[in-house]
Design a protein around this ligand. Structure first.
Ligand code: ADP
Ligand code: MG
Length: 378
């Protein structure tokens, strides 16, 4: 028996916004929620019943969490695999530690994808400035250099153009191992979300279309207005990758749709994802509820988009003026919603919340959320 019925206790490793929104969905369904996070003031703090304060490397902390839980899931990749294995001795960990071991290292992840025939762009693993310079010679033009471990939201990443930039770039990143990727000629960035139960039942959401600014997600819309044939290929790619692991829980595949029509896998996330926040207001089943259903082995919910929906991220920069952001002005826009994560300290670049908008079409949802976001700028 792998089912974990409502009334049981769900453990979440990571108490950031993704853990918090998962906890809210799980609470609605009648679960008890315990969270592990290094920060005693983490975003999930006030919506869960118990917080274990421990580093993500701490096996004792993971054991402590898992002992009081019926199943454990996670909202972040950078959890030490031995800690996940320790948790696994007490309760099922979904997705499994083996998947995290692959996904949390870009070099391992890319090799795993390539060896299974999944499409990735040209790249090289580099461990010195000299190797990076050589990679730049081999792949002329723009190069995206990314720390193999630990980067997120564009952090741990530098874009270079030519071998002269290599020494500074390698030093700036400051990681022992990096992945150097050829800069791709992208038509659009899309992402696919697959949810999969222990027995293999899987569902796929329509792809989201994502807009990044300076390598960080600014806004996202669902369903992404892309040709049906692109959506179908992306969905099949996501389903095949989820099956190849196989994942229990969620898997998001970030996909580059190139100008020549090719779809390449950018990166994988076996957890809820910023680009599927529109599911909360637009879909029959939010990504957070779907995660709970998948890891608790309940029937998966419909992935239908009931109303096109868009989100716009709100970063800490908005809080740094004299007055708090004028949320009332944004909320005047019909169809707009406000989602704040309860983070106490705003910092530039820190995700503090997002705006959502629903509308008759994806294009109108984007226009509406952009209008609401514009109203927050003094
Ligand atoms: P993160 O973990 O920070 O999300 P990503 O690898 O997804 O890191 O890169 C962040 C963003 O940078 C991507 O969404 C894309 O906009 C841009 N980017 C990354 N790699 C490439 C590439 N090889 N070619 C073009 N753009 C890229
Ligand atoms: Mg990314």
């Amino acid at each position: 028996m792998t089912a974990v019925p409502p009334g049981a206790t769900l453990g979440i490793i990571g108490g950031g916004q993704l853990g918090r929104m998962t906890a809210l969905a799980a609470r609605r369904m009648g679960y008890h929620i315990h969270v592990l996070d290094p920060d005693p003031h983490c975003a999930a703090r006030f919506v869960v019943e118990r917080c274990v304060t421990a580093p993500f490397e701490d096996e004792e902390g993971a054991l402590d969490l898992a002992r009081s839980c019926d199943v454990v899931t996670l909202e972040i990749e950078k959890v030490a695999v031995p800690a996940l294995r320790a948790a696994e001795s007490q309760a099922p960990v979904r997705p499994s530690p083996g998947i995290l071991a692959i996904v949390q290292d870009r070099a391992v992840q890319k090799a795993w994808l390539a060896s299974r025939g999944f499409p990735v762009g040209p790249y090289r693993v580099v461990t010195s400035a000299e190797e990076l310079a050589a990679a730049s010679d081999a792949m002329p033009g723009r190069l995206y250099v990314k720390a193999a471990r630990g980067g997120y939201d564009g952090r741990g990443q530098v874009v270079i153009d030519g071998r002269c930039d290599a020494p500074k770039a390698f030093a700036d990143i400051g990681a022992p191992q990096c992945v150097a990727e050829r800069g791709l000629d992208i038509e659009a960035e899309i992402s696919v979300l697959v949810a999969r139960r222990p027995g293999g039942q899987a569902v796929v959401y329509p792809p989201a279309l994502n807009h990044h600014e300076r390598q960080v997600l600014a806004w996202s819309v669902l369903p992404g207005p892309v040709p049906g044939e692109v959506a179908r290929r992306a969905g099949e790619l996501g389903r095949a990758i989820a099956e190849a692991f196989p994942v229990v829980g969620l898997l998001v595949v970030e996909v580059f749709w190139l100008r020549d029509g090719t779809l390449l896998v950018n990166e994988l996330a076996p957890r809820p994802h910023n680009t599927f926040h529109p599911t909360e207001v637009g879909c029959a089943t939010s990504q957070f509820e779907q995660l709970v259903r998948a890891v608790c082995d309940l029937p998966l919910g419909s992935t239908d988009v009931l109303r096109p929906a868009a989100i716009h991220n709100l970063f800490g920069d908005l809080w740094l003026g004299d007055r708090p952001p004028p949320f009332a002005d944004a909320l005047e826009v019909p169809g707009v919603g406000l989602h704040l994560y309860g983070k106490r300290v705003p910092r530039p670049g820190r995700k503090m919340g997002h705006l959502s908008a629903v509308a008759a079409t994806p294009e109108a949802a984007v226009a509406t959320v952009l209008e609401a976001r514009r109203r927050l700028v003094p």
